[in-house]
Write a protein that binds this ligand. Structure first.
Ligand code: MG
Length: 472
């Protein structure tokens, strides 16, 4: 393990909700909840104002509505978040070739490998400058943790939230960790936490005091040893660049195109199960589920869904794959289906240690497929749906966003990231003057000579794997 705090963990603050507040002046300083608004929806992100009411991510939406009935409830706009995420990841890649994204708004960076930091002072300066750059480029805030290992850097960024920087000085790690609850350690979920509490172990210090033999007796060899190591602040895991991470995927080509939607669904479930078996055989878990569909005309689509944490649960992968399938039109027939899991980790959120020592095995990378633009276009639904929070443009009133819709009416608030809070107007849902619009950038580029509206700076769109991304 290194002895300089040059591993950086960045975590954007209440990312989806903050992005929505930045885009919608009327929501700034208000409780904003982004997530699935359907009967089984869960909260993806709650703004800090909403957290005051006890709302947090992964909470059922119905419960959030009871706790914060007056909050703004918005459907996630993943394309928009991805644009911001790419801006952030570009800034991170300027610091080091070793950037390991964990989700759209979270990543590890090995500053030493990039030559950008070599001691405490240079690490702190780099982290401070990064936070400023993120703010300038995206208009949003992120928190930074710096430490000698990934585990500690992540704990540090959690302590830094919101809008802060925490550097854990080398030599102080064990003193800092000691009083923290055992659940702070990565991979200690509610089950392991309960198990340890029953034998009187609630803090990291108590884990260290219990000793390795006792922990192995309680939790088994792999789990017990790994937990003991974590409690001593030992974490050797390297930062792994995104391109080095592997995927597990399986696919089937059919002799005869499948037209029956029920059969397509069944095939996807079967592939999801097979994929999870391979994942488990490799002792791994992943957080992004990818669905690949090649249609009768050879157009190939990939859709991906990023979960809140790594999983190897067949039910979770099946459900994610089924959800992705719902976004693909297969009416013309399907000649190939594939299901993959990427963003692999050696552990699941819930149980790091059970799998930590399993061999990585041989993993076949998921085939990179060009997403054909023409095929993408065909996906546009013919029925106009006005999702809460999504952007629209009105011929007369300009740019706005859907505040709500129902009973043949849609309410739109007309405002832009750099306007004052806007006014609300109501239209018929089939008003020909109203149309869906692309999100506007949160930070305007320098004014150009032309009077063109601001656009996203050179975005890395296109390429494989781009698709609907969501947290459950
Ligand atoms: Mg975050």
């Amino acid at each position: 393990m290194r002895n300089t705090p040059t591993i950086l963990h960045l975590d954007m603050d209440a990312f989806y909700a903050s992005a929505e507040q930045a885009a919608k002046p009327s929501l700034r300083g208000k409780a904003v909840i982004v997530g699935g608004l359907g009967p089984r929806g869960v909260v993806a992100t709650a703004s800090y104002e909403a957290r005051v009411f006890g709302v947090h991510s992964a909470m059922p939406m119905a419960q959030a509505r009871r706790l914060a009935p007056n909050a703004a409830y918005l459907v996630p706009r993943f394309g928009f978040y991805r644009e911001i995420s790419e801006q952030v990841m570009r800034l991170l890649r300027e610091l080091s070739p070793l950037v390991e994204p964990l989700s759209l708004d979270e990543a590890f960076v090995d500053l030493e490998a990039g030559g950008t930091a070599w001691d405490e002072e240079s690490a702190r300066l780099t982290g401070t400058k990064l936070r400023g750059d993120i703010r300038a480029v995206t208009g949003l805030t992120g928190s930074v943790g710096l430490a000698v290992s990934k585990m500690l850097a992540k704990i540090a960024s959690e302590q830094a939230k919101p809008d802060g920087l925490v550097l854990i000085e080398p030599g102080t790690e064990r003193a800092m960790l000691g009083p923290l609850p055992v659940r702070t350690l990565p991979g200690v979920g509610p089950a392991t936490g309960d198990h340890l509490r029953r034998v009187g172990i609630t803090t990291v210090e108590e884990v260290a005091e219990a000793g390795e033999d006792e922990l192995v007796r309680l939790l088994g060899k792999a789990h017990g040893s790994a937990l003991y190591g974590m409690a001593l602040a030992l974490d050797e895991r390297p930062v792994v660049a995104e391109r080095d991470t592997k995927s597990v995927s399986v696919e089937d080509t059919y002799d005869v195109d499948i037209h029956d939607r029920v059969r397509v669904r069944m095939e996807v479930q079967r592939l999801a199960d097979r994929c999870v078996r391979r994942l488990r055989d490799a002792g791994r878990s992943g957080r992004t589920v990818v669905l690949k569909v090649r249609r009768y005309d050879f157009s190939t689509l990939t859709r991906s869904d990023t979960l809140r944490g790594p999983t190897d649960d067949p039910a979770v992968v099946r459900e994610a794959a089924a959800r992705l399938l719902e976004t693909v039109d297969t009416t013309g027939g399907v000649r190939l289906l594939g299901v993959g899991v990427t963003g692999l980790a050696d552990f699941t959120q819930e149980d790091l240690f059970a799998q930590a020592q399993a061999a990585a095995g041989e993993l076949e990378p998921l085939a990179e497929e060009e997403v054909e633009e023409s095929a993408e276009k065909q996906e546009t639904p013919t029925v106009r749906r006005w999702s809460a929070g999504h952007d629209v443009r009105h011929a007369e009133f300009g740019h706005g966003w859907v505040q709500g819709s129902g009973l043949g009416r849609v309410t739109v608030r007309f405002e832009t990231p750099d306007s004052d809070p806007g006014r609300v107007r109501t239209f018929r849902t089939d008003d020909p003057e109203l149309e869906p619009a692309e999100p506007l950038p949160l930070v305007r580029r320098r004014p150009q000579v032309s009077s063109e509206p601001a656009r996203w700076p050179q975005s890395r769109s296109g390429g494989g794997g781009g698709g609907a991304t969501s947290s459950p």
